[in-house]
Design a protein around this ligand. Structure first.
Ligand SMILES: [Mg+2]
Length: 213
């Protein structure tokens, strides 16, 4: 019996086409150039390397360049969210229908997650946000964070459903026995890596509901 629903935040609860993650990505580049001193010509390649080796740009910078992670998180998320996303009554209605315990599991800080949830008008549905601080910067898809989340919930893997637009983030979830849903929403081959670990594939977040029919 599925009791717990774990939702990724960015590019999952709102569409990639909203452009919010793109703006965050631009700010990450800016941080690397202005605060870390990475030449502009090397930023993209270095981020790709960090993404492969450590999972996220933050984790790469944290481990290899010893950056102040909190300062980085504040800098890259210093964005006017309302410019990118608006309330989503359809999503609100769907979440109301899903009579399960709902949580956010994100590589972003909770402060960002709260602002996004407020802008979408869906904050009330989520009992807790498991953020990058909760998992001690061991960002998805590092397996340790998933075990921490299960332990905090007092849940078994097979009681959980996880939804994420980055398919490789589902691999550790699947290994722990969770049911996994890949939101294939942006046709970026990087987000498709690991998609064989998905039990189901959806193309918009509104399709989560059909998992329970
Ligand atoms: Mg995402």
């Amino acid at each position: 019996m599925l009791k717990y629903l774990l939702f990724d935040l960015d590019d999952t609860l709102y569409s990639t086409s909203a452009g919010l993650m793109e703006e965050i990505s631009v700010r990450m580049n800016e941080y690397m150039m202005t605060r870390v001193g990475v030449p502009e010509s090397e930023v993209a390649e270095l981020r790709q390397f960090y993404w492969r080796k450590y999972g996220t740009t933050l984790r790469g910078l944290y481990i290899e360049r010893q950056i102040d992670a909190q300062e980085f998180l504040e800098f890259v998320h210093d964005i006017e969210i309302a410019k990118y996303i608006a309330t989503d009554p359809r999503l609100d209605a769907m979440l109301t229908q899903l009579a399960r315990h709902k949580f956010i599991f994100t590589n972003a800080p909770a402060s960002h997650a709260r602002r996004v949830l407020a802008a979408l008008g869906i904050a009330k549905h989520f009992e807790r946000i498991f953020d990058i601080n909760f998992i001690a910067y061991e960002s998805k898809p590092t397996p340790s964070g998933y075990a921490k989340v299960l332990s905090a919930l007092g849940a078994r893997g097979d009681e959980c459903l996880m939804i994420d637009d980055t398919a490789r983030n589902l691999v550790p979830a699947k290994a722990l026995g969770m049911r996994t849903v890949w939101l294939d929403g942006n046709h970026d081959p990087r987000t498709a890596e690991g998609c064989e670990s998905a039990d189901a594939v959806i193309h918009t977040i509104y399709e989560v509901e059909k998992m329970f029919h």
